[in-house]
Design a protein around this ligand. Structure first.
Ligand code: SAH
Length: 234
């Protein structure tokens, strides 16, 4: 029997949809299990709806397609990884994204987190230091139809001063300490989410909220394991 390729791709798209639903259920369970760290038992509905839309299979290398919906990080080449879906979900929720927001992401990687944010806010600015990854992510996001995304190759620790201040900033690589330059590019009343700690060692996911008087309120949440933020300026 010769398979009609169109039919085959429809079948696998349906299979991916089903796996995406299962993944969302796993994320919801893990959120409930880690409620003490998170200070909540469930993530926002808009965040879960965004995760339900983004085709994670399009962001992993071809040989990892079968593993695209495991709740685990995966290698994406250049020694980098696509983050665990639970972590992407939690970090996105911590940012408290609103529809009209302009947010900054440091560490585009494959662009998965970028796409999740692009589903939720008006505009996403994302910086990747590895040119090969940034270029591939740009092509992928364009093919998937994300038009509200601006990508830049460079050192994200410097932020994106021309577009600052941002309604939210998310760092998806571990900083040795809180990157003050980024704090300076955050709007009052909004949040910076960043893993802080040594590479390969203990890191904590931190939420920094800039109060309306400009003071910073820091909160430590989950223990995490991110690749290091590469920078001469951290
Ligand atoms: N956001 C990604 C996670 C990528 S892993 C996801 O959705 O899966 C972290 C990424 O940060 C890597 O691609 C790494 O190259 C990048 N990175 C590390 N240091 C950086 C820096 N100083 N500026 C910009 N990107 C950086």
């Amino acid at each position: 029997m010769i398979l009609d390729p169109r039919q085959r791709s429809t079948t696998s798209a349906a299979a991916f949809d089903e796996r995406r639903r299962q993944l969302l259920a796993e994320i919801a369970e893990e959120v409930a299990r880690t409620r003490d760290y998170l200070g909540k038992a469930a993530l926002g509905e808009r965040v879960m709806a965004a995760l339900a839309k983004v085709p994670r299979e399009a962001f992993v290398p071809a040989e990892s397609t079968a593993a695209a919906y495991e709740n685990a990080p995966l290698p994406i080449g250049c020694g980098q990884t696509i983050s665990q879906p639970y972590i992407v979900a939690v970090m996105t929720d911590m940012l408290e994204p609103r529809a009209g927001d302009r947010v900054l992401e440091i560490g585009t990687g494959c662009g998965y987190q970028t796409a999740v944010l692009a589903e939720l806010v008006a505009r996403v600015y994302s910086i990747e230091v590895v040119r090969e990854l940034g270029t591939a992510a740009a092509g992928r996001l364009r093919r998937l139809g994300y038009e509200n995304v601006e990508l830049r190759i460079g050192d994200g620790a410097l932020g994106w001063p021309e577009e600052a201040p941002f309604d939210g900033i998310i760092v998806t690589a571990a900083a040795a300490s809180v990157p003050q330059t980024l704090v300076g590019q955050l709007k009052r009343g909004r949040r910076l989410v960043v893993p802080v700690g040594e590479a390969g060692g203990r890191q904590e996911l931190m939420i920094l909220e800039k109060a309306m008087d400009g003071s910073i309120v820091e909160r430590t949440t989950l223990p995490v394991a991110f690749v290091p933020l590469k920078s001469a300026y951290r």
